[in-house]
Design a protein around this ligand. Structure first.
Ligand SMILES: [Zn+2]
Length: 421
């Protein structure tokens, strides 16, 4: 069969070829092909190999000379709070001066400040702000993004956020997987009774399900927000409606949120700076992914999750940005990878598995993306670096020059190509 597009002259191509989830020692396995080419037909990879590719060429095949760059699967940022209004640079200044977060929250800042702004921002304004973020993410090599609602905390605004993501998924080259996260905080109109808010969310879940805007539900399980039993109640209600579930777990206090996630069959448990040894063991015995968010630790000057220990004990980890206006305001996904190399003490190969195939796995899309293999979606990035390790070493800049999404060139020589899906 002949190809629509062939990328050739690739110095080195790196990809996972392991079956997901890739756990423990297997996370250091990455296939490397020197002097590689990729042949693409429609949206799909026809062949990945080295050597001669003449058999795949006909008169209409587009040939792209990679000029000895390296090639990776597109990055998958599997935990973001993509759609929100405004920014919180004023709060950053206060945090640096040592003003406690709870005081900021009391004065209308923090998550609830963003909720207020998001409620009063139009669909189009939210769309435009998130669209701009997606452009930046794409230019840094991200081809799929998970995005959470949770800055509405009422049905109307949560649906507005989910609809913005639905529309972005239709119009922007990056694929978006949405998650409902009404349980991000207790809104001020329910500050008298968290339980009333939980009951209201359980009613809303039925409506969210019927809207077909998302298949995932996430909960912020933390002291003073949603405790273990609150989280269990919300997640169980979600499971009863056939949602898949995720949980923000053990970020500050070791509450056992990760263990709860494993018990309920969560696709991922996220953050994990304070995870217990017992919960690391149960994660290792499950197919739940430990989703690590080093950008948040960096920005808030907090400890990093012990990803090294988790991998050594047999867990499968993914790594995401947690892009949000309060605790990780960056769309630079390569920086997130570089922070992982520096602070998580894990290898380039482990990081690559974490930001591609394992991320795809917990979003439920590893059958079609997350690695460069025959039959998979052609989500491909080229980087102007001599080898994989160099990407982590030369930090803070953008090494991605070209991005192919579903077989189409969407970034060419570092410039975004205006192209609809
Ligand atoms: Zn988050």
């Amino acid at each position: 069969m002949t190809a629509d597009l062939i990328i050739y002259n690739i110095r080195k191509l790196y990809t996972s070829t392991e079956k997901a989830p890739v756990k423990g020692n297997s996370m250091s396995k990455i296939k490397m092909i020197s002097n590689a080419f990729i042949a693409i037909k429609d949206e799909t990879i026809l062949e990945v190999n080295s050597g001669d590719f003449k058999n795949y060429i006909n008169f209409s095949t587009i040939l792209i000379d990679a000029n000895h760059k390296i090639c990776l699967p597109g990055f998958i940022d599997s935990h973001t709070h993509l759609v929100h209004a405004g920014s919180r640079e004023d709060e950053f200044e206060k945090l640096k001066k040592g003003v406690p977060y709870l005081e900021i929250l009391k004065n209308g800042g923090g998550i609830l400040g963003t909720v207020e702004k998001t409620r009063h921002t139009t669909f189009d304004q939210l769309f435009n702000q998130a669209n701009k973020s997606l452009d930046t993410m794409l230019s840094f090599g991200v081809t799929t993004v998970e995005g959470k609602s949770g800055y509405g905390l009422n049905l109307e605004t949560e649906l507005k956020q989910l609809k913005v993501m639905h529309e972005l998924n239709r119009k922007h080259p990056v694929d978006i997987i949405s998650t409902y996260m009404g349980a991000h905080a207790v809104p001020k109109e329910f500050s008298h009774s968290k339980n009333e808010y939980i009951q209201k969310m359980k009613e809303d879940l039925v409506y969210i399900k019927s809207s077909n805007l998302t298949n995932f539900v996430d909960v912020f399980c933390e002291t003073g927000v949603f405790e273990i039993e609150d989280s269990r109640e919300i997640l169980q209600a979600a499971l009863d409606l056939d949602f898949k579930i995720k949980i923000h777990a053990d970020e500050i206090d070791s509450l056992g949120g990760a263990g709860l996630g494993v018990e309920l069959g969560a696709t991922s448990v996220d953050h994990l700076m304070a995870i217990s040894d017992k919960d690391i063991r149960s994660l290792a015995n499950s197919n739940t992914i430990a989703n690590i968010l080093p950008g948040t630790s960096f920005y808030l000057n907090k400890p990093y999750a012990n990803a090294r220990k988790m991998i050594d004990q047999g867990c499968a980890i993914s790594i995401s940005s947690d892009y949000n206006p309060g605790s990780c305001p960056t769309e630079n996904f390569q920086l997130i990878c570089q922070l992982s190399a520096n602070h998580l003490k894990i290898s380039p190969e482990e990081i690559l598995n974490a930001v591609t195939i394992n991320a795809a796995y917990h979003l439920g899309i590893s059958e079609r993306t997350g690695s460069l293999e025959k039959g998979k979606q052609a989500d491909i990035i080229l980087l102007d670096v001599p080898n994989l390790a160099y990407m982590f070493y030369h930090f803070g800049i953008n090494h991605v020059t070209d991005v192919i999404k579903k077989g189409k060139i969407v970034v060419k020589n570092k410039s975004l190509q205006r192209r609809k899906k």
